[in-house]
Design a protein around this ligand. Structure first.
Ligand SMILES: Cc1cc2nc3c(=O)[nH]c(=O)nc-3n(C[C@H](O)[C@H](O)[C@H](O)COP(=O)(O)OP(=O)(O)OC[C@H]3O[C@@H](n4cnc5c(N)ncnc54)[C@H](O)[C@@H]3O)c2cc1C
Ligand code: HEM
Length: 393
């Protein structure tokens, strides 16, 4: 429990973090990586260069400080962070390191405002947040370890199949080297994958959504080769691997998954954002409840249209599946040309009761969310996943 005094100080000094800006975040990460260079094997250094992750941590801390007397409002955001942390095996001993550099940064950069009293309050508040995270993450680790087919830390998987799905996306079927079962994942969840390309300076961890329903034996991920503005380290490395190569996986994680409420479902994706949708779609179509499903997908053109054959087969086999495609550049193989506009199919959407799942670039997701809100879909029925540090749409 925090004292009233601590709560008051932390709330009143929260703007220090909210206004932190790049000077403070850069100082913090420089300090972190120079004192604890081993953490460069955990953090995505490309996200560091773009600053995306830098702001994610400070924004989360600022939100915590602002809501320190009503932590319930942070439940969803914290759950998302905890899942992401477990996909990289963040451990209790990492928390004091991050906390120490945070306090050190504020002391060094804003000594007038960051008095001894303020420092004491922040140390207490950070310890409480760290405790909450450590407890939640311990529960997730326990679940993964004790589940049938589960494990803890990394586990070696061999690439058993490599299947090109389109110009840029290739699927990899990953089978555990130990030949044992793999734990069930919720449709929509992702895996943390850890690799060390010979040419890379550090080990690299990335998340990839599992692009098939659970089968107890293997996982499939489908990876877009990132070419612009610079070749992405892990995606290009994975594309270069042959069948028989071994990668290391952390257990499935993620809080973006299909709700088990039997309501009509609309799965909306752009580009490689359809990976979690495929796991959801397969799961829904195997279910006997006859739930209605609408699958809306957007991509550039027919060459970039992944899983087109699978989707056409599913639509032909299941009358309860409505499936529409948008090609930005037009051409054969899609019902619509240009950017996706869901109002074109609004009459067929379960606007009043359905759950809407969105995945794709953030600009795409923001536009679709706005369209759905205008059509009257309640915000709490719109769920989305960002393929990077979370952003509010
Ligand atoms: C929950 C989740 C699920 C995901 N699921 C999938 C999935 O199913 N399939 C999938 O393909 N991806 C998925 N991703 C994205 C994936 O984790 C990686 O982020 C992606 O593959 C890029 O990683 P990379 O190592 O190839 O690129 P990185 O090296 O991390 O680079 C990231 C981006 O930065 C750019 N970049 C790199 N260096 C520079 C530089 N010096 N200056 C400017 N820009 C630069 C690259 O072009 C690239 O676009 C998911 C992400 C999350 C968080
Ligand atoms: C209470 C303290 C912490 C808070 C509030 C916090 C917050 C966050 C947030 C908001 C994200 C982005 C989540 C998303 O993807 O949406 C994140 C990601 C991450 N966190 Fe933490 N974190 C904390 C502690 C730690 C610690 C102790 C470590 C380990 C040293 C750590 C390592 C990471 C890494 C590696 C990522 C992913 C970054 C990337 O890939 O760029 N965090 N954290």
């Amino acid at each position: 429990m925090l004292s009233d005094k601590t709560i008051e100080i932390v709330k009143s000094t929260a703007p220090l973090l909210a206004l932190a800006g790049t000077v403070v975040t850069e100082h913090f990460y420089n300090r972190l990586f120079s004192h604890n260079p081993e953490l460069q094997d955990i953090f995505n250094m490309a996200n560091q260069r773009s600053g995306r992750q830098q702001f994610a941590l400070f924004n989360a801390l600022a939100a915590y400080a602002q809501n320190i007397d009503n932590l319930a409002v942070l439940k969803e955001a914290l759950a998302r962070i905890n899942h992401k942390h477990t996909s990289m095996h963040i451990l209790p001993e990492h928390y004091p390191i991050v906390g120490g550099h945070l306090i050190g940064t504020l002391k060094e950069l804003i000594p007038e405002q960051f008095t001894a009293e303020v420092e004491y309050a922040w140390r207490e508040a950070y310890a409480l947040l760290a405790d909450i995270c450590i407890t939640e993450e311990a529960a997730l680790y326990e679940h993964s370890k004790n589940n049938h087919g589960g494990w803890s830390g990394t586990r070696a998987f061999v690439i058993a199949k490599k299947q090109p799905e389109s110009e840029l996306v290739t699927s990899f079927t990953l089978v555990p080297v130990d030949g044992k079962a793999v734990m069930t994942h919720k449709p929509g969840q992702y895996l943390g994958i850890k690799v060390k390309p010979a040419y890379a300076q550090y080990s690299e961890i990335r998340q990839y959504s599992i692009s098939q329903q659970s089968n107890g034996e293997n996982y499939r991920i489908s990876v877009k080769k990132e070419l612009l503005p610079a070749a992405g380290i892990v995606s290009n490395y994975l594309h270069s691997l042959d069948v028989g190569s071994v990668v290391e996986l952390y257990p499935p994680a993620g809080d973006f998954f299909l709700r088990a409420n039997k309501k009509p479902v609309v799965l909306i994706s752009a580009g490689v954002g359809q990976t979690p949708m495929l796991a959801m779609l397969q799961t829904l179509l195997c279910d006997t409840s006859n739930q209605a499903v609408t699958y809306l997908h957007a991509c550039e053109n027919i060459l970039q249209h992944s899983f087109s054959q699978f989707l056409a087969e599913q639509a032909a086999a299941h009358t309860r599946l409505n499936y529409y495609t948008w090609f930005n550049q037009g051409g054969e193989g899609a019902e619509f040309t240009g950017l996706m506009n869901v109002s074109a199919v609004a009459e067929q959407l379960p606007l009043e009761e359905g759950d809407f799942y969105i995945c794709g670039p953030t600009g795409f997701m923001a536009a679709i969310k706005q369209q759905l809100l205008v059509l009257g879909v309640a915000a709490e029925r719109i769920h989305y996943e960002v393929f990077g540090p979370h952003q509010d749409l």
